[in-house]
Design a binder for this molecule. Sequence first.
Ligand SMILES: Cc1cc2nc3c(=O)[nH]c(=O)nc-3n(C[C@H](O)[C@H](O)[C@H](O)COP(=O)(O)OP(=O)(O)OC[C@H]3O[C@@H](n4cnc5c(N)ncnc54)[C@H](O)[C@@H]3O)c2cc1C
Length: 395
Amino acid sequence: MTGGAIEAEVAVIGAGIIGASCAWHLAAAGIRTVLLDASGPAAGSSGACDGYVSVSTKTSATALDLAAASQALYPALVARLPGRTEFETCGGLLLIEDEADEPAVAAHAEAVRGRGLDVRLVGRAELAALEPGIAPGMRGAAFAPGEAKVNPYAMTLALVAGAQGLGARTLWPARVDAVERIGARIAGLSTTAGMVRAEQYVFAAGAASAALGALAGVVLPVEPRRGELAVTERTAAAPRRVLVSGRYLAAKSRPEAAAGDADAETRLGYGFVAETTATGQCVLGSTRVFAGFGRTVSPEGLATIIAGALRRYPALAGTRVLRAFAGLRPFVPDQKPLIGRSRILDNLIVATGHEGDGITLAPITGRAVAALAAGRTPEIDLSPFDPDRFTPCQP
Ligand SMILES: Cc1cc2nc3c(=O)[nH]c(=O)nc-3n(C[C@H](O)[C@H](O)[C@H](O)COP(=O)(O)OP(=O)(O)OC[C@H]3O[C@@H](n4cnc5c(N)ncnc54)[C@H](O)[C@@H]3O)c2cc1C
């Protein structure tokens, strides 16, 4: 402490899965780290989402590459963490609902296979054998046996506990209210828990990253894209693999298509997802809407999720829905995360904007951020994720 300030080599702002992974990788590299959060770990989207660690739900070549690299890191990372994460290689099915879906899912499977993943198309009969609860009308699926799932809340807590075990300090509740700048450097953070001073700073504030960036004078155009989920009681009818409708990909990649459409599924950006938790409950998702920072579940969203799930997975009929919640995906207009060292502020590293992929992308993001902080070149090419790409050119 200097003048009452908390000091570290690196201060990470945001204890969602991205900030927690950054803190763990920094601490594992022997860097003195403080991780702080306005509320606490997993208070944001990381505590209100599915846990599909997936390559096949990524919609661009860049996203597929990044997801494949990150998914490959998961088994070794979870093996090093204390406590449970419920990580499991369960396999995934990208469903073909009708004839119109077929070419898109087949082309997508080919692109995923190009990243070295085992994916094959299965027809109606094999799909029914794999998952008997699926609606008989489904035409088939792209089956990826290597896809995985994790409990996102437990994973975030395990990363935090792991970072603490490696010597990282944690601080919450500590909301950053002001950023002190001296020239092109951050000199300190004024937080609700006092001043924090570090040599380098990592901004990992999820959907609230635009406001945090503005405090420091950097443009981080992250918008909250709300997603609602419903959770059933424990049921023997729950699927073994993670199920995603092929149309989920369209809902994810075309934000402009939704608003104003007469069909509720299209209007709400609905994509069918069903994932079974370690307790045997079924998590059903999800919607995708731009509706500010509210996290209320809308009756229309919940009704659409339940009706959509029963249409595609009728085995859940008679299963009770116990609860519903909403999370805010950190959306960036060009649908690529912001990961890298800022050129506006010398000692700022940005790690945000992972939209619906942050659980999958946490390991690779944390690893790249730790490399940058240590002055090393990350193993992956971060140029597509340049955090300054939305900043107007300086005269
Ligand atoms: C319905 C839904 C389903 C999803 N399913 C999946 C999935 O299956 N697979 C997948 O890979 N991803 C999924 N996601 C996406 C995933 O949840 C997010 O990409 C990920 O959680 C983002 O993590 P984060 O750490 O960036 O943000 P968050 O988890 O939101 O964490 C940000 C943290 O920053 C803190 N913070 C903000 N401002 C400040 C400040 N000024 N001072 C201090 N702290 C601050 C907040 O309190 C918060 O804890 C889903 C998301 C939703 C909504």
